[in-house]
Design a protein around this ligand. Structure first.
Ligand code: HEM
Length: 501
């Protein structure tokens, strides 16, 4: 007779346990394989960086969220070396050679998915700009159609428009703050430089200001909107997949298209549309007469629309007009704020610049209330140039890496063989402090470094990256130069700018 063995009465209690354990094994194995493939993918494990960053872009997202200031990218490179792994598929390069290897002539690396996250949404439709568009052909055609309006020659022709806003700025500072005692004499300078920069873009684009300066406030909350818009792009752009659940959520956009939910449109749109309509009405009467008078950017965009209607439609004109304000205002205000921040912390440099302005600029026109300076005269001043460069160098407006995708065939960057599809980039905050190029005191503010030998200055200029480089270099860099070189002497010759003590 056989001996009996007994199974537990509740057989189910051991059967499901085995299945769950099996599933746990399977899932763990899949997860481990996935994490290993992320960590070792494309051979990027050779590069140092935070371990968690090698497993998920979530690390980058949190890093960007926590550190809206830019210093951390410098610390990352100080800690991990010339090439830092910032994500499973992302490398950041510190050496100046990387600018030429990634953005240089003939490279044509495409922009990463960071950029489309920065597209606006209006009535449930994605509205791309030159900055955000992933469509290289559209970008190149549009940029070619309007490029001539942004050369230095063209920018200088906008001087009277810029001068309008400078006069308004000086008037407001004079009436509201100049010579007043105590707190009444203290200017929240960054805010007022923002008002100035946003109003300049209004004058340049439409020959009309929104009235930030005259009203002394954030008109239609445009500045708040732009700041939030850019800050969202900076953070969500680190992990573009989250954007599909947020700003570019297809379900929400579908609901917006049907007007079942309201969309948050850029508050500058009504102003832009009003001026486009008015301009077109004026053109119907006499185009030549209007444009011969004094062309602004809207005239130029509408001219491009008449000449190349297959590329520049009404939609492009609106997009371009709005993107002038989004791309060109806060950036310029940040640079101007940095300029005065450093100058006021270095009274020796302030005095030296003041003396250069007083000695070399034309005397005040007695028929004018305020001193104003022609761009050409200011642009020829060596110490002013040195101070502008030093502000750009130590405090570039953009804190993110200008990300590009390595072409499928791969590329050599600073001597490293990088596989196709890897996202690579350089950060202006990092490269502009390169000790080999800028000297052992690269972290210090010292405008005199720009007054050394022409060879050294040339090498430094080639490493300046505050406007980017290559196919996507800032379209408005000449316009911002005219603004900066005109407004700085205007402020310093009409007021004694000091620090509250
Ligand atoms: C100090 C002022 C400024 C700074 C520091 C600055 C910086 C930059 C940077 C770093 C980029 C993009 C680089 C990249 O992602 O590869 C850019 C792009 C752009 N900027 Fe500026 N910018 C300034 C002023 C302006 C102004 C005044 C305008 C308009 C008049 C403007 C219009 C644009 C446009 C349209 C783009 C996109 C270009 C493209 O992708 O083809 N910017 N700018």
């Amino acid at each position: 007779m056989l001996k009996t063995i007994s199974l537990p009465a509740a057989t189910e209690s051991w059967l499901p346990t085995t299945t769950a354990t099996a599933w746990l094994y399977v899932l763990s194995t899949v997860l481990i394989v996935r994490l290993a493939s992320l960590h070792y993918g494309r051979g990027l494990h050779r590069y140092n960086g935070p371990f968690l960053a090698s497993l998920s872009d979530l690390w980058r997202l949190c890093h960007a969220y926590r550190n809206s200031d830019r210093e951390p990218m410098i610390h990352m490179h100080d800690r991990y070396g010339d090439v830092v792994r910032m994500g499973p598929n992302v490398l950041s390069f510190r050496q100046p050679q990387a600018i030429r290897d990634i953005y240089g002539a003939g490279k044509h690396f495409k922009k990463s998915d960071y950029y489309p996250v920065n597209a606006a949404v209006g009535n449930g439709e994605v509205a791309h700009t030159l900055f955000s568009s992933p469509d290289q052909t559209w970008h190149n055609n549009l940029r070619r159609s309007i490029g001539a309006s942004f050369t230095l020659n063209s920018a200088v022709k906008y001087e009277p428009l810029i001068e309008n806003t400078i006069s308004a700025f000086l008037r407001e500072l004079d009436e509201r703050f100049a010579g007043k005692q105590g707190r009444d004499g203290i200017v929240d300078f960054h805010t007022w430089l923002l008002y100035f920069a946003f109003d300049v873009m209004g004058d340049l684009t439409y020959s009309a200001r929104h009235g930030f300066l005259e009203q002394g406030k954030d008109m239609f909350s445009i500045i708040t909107y732009v700041k939030e818009f850019l800050s969202y792009g900076f953070i969500a752009g680190q992990m573009p997949t989250v954007d599909v659940f947020l700003r570019h959520n297809p379900v929400l956009m579908w609901l917006e298209r049907r007007q079942w939910i309201s969309s948050s449109t850029f508050p500058g749109v009504p102003f832009a549309i009003k001026h486009m309509r008015e301009r077109q009405r004026r053109y119907e009467n006499d185009v030549e007469k209007h444009t011969a008078d004094r062309e602004d950017l809207l005239d130029k965009f509408l001219k491009a629309k008449r000449e190349r209607p297959e590329i520049v439609t009404e939609r492009e004109v609106l997009g371009l007009s709005l993107s002038m304000m989004i791309a060109g205002s806060e950036t310029t205000a940040i640079t101007l704020t940095a300029f005065f921040y450093y100058l006021l912390r270095h009274p020796r440099c302030y005095a030296k610049l003041q003396s250069e302005l007083d000695t070399h600029l034309p005397p005040k026109d007695p028929t004018q209330t305020f001193h104003t300076t022609p761009f050409a005269a200011a642009n020829a001043l060596p110490y002013l140039y040195a101070c502008v460069q030093e502000a750009f160098r130590l405090h570039p407006s953009f804190g993110f890496n200008y990300e590009r995708i390595v072409p499928p065939s791969g590329a050599t960057i600073c001597g490293h063989q990088i596989a196709g599809g890897t996202i690579v980039g350089v950060n202006a905050w990092v490269v502009q402090r390169d000790r080999g190029i800028f000297g052992a005191d690269a972290d210090d503010y010292r405008p005199e470094r720009w007054l050394t030998s022409p060879e050294r200055v040339k090498a430094m200029e080639k490493t300046m990256f505050q406007f980017g480089a290559g196919d996507h270099i800032c379209l408005g860099k000449n316009i911002s130069a005219v603004e900066i070189y005109k407004v700085v002497p205007a402020l310093m010759r009409n007021f004694e700018v000091g620090r509250d003590t």
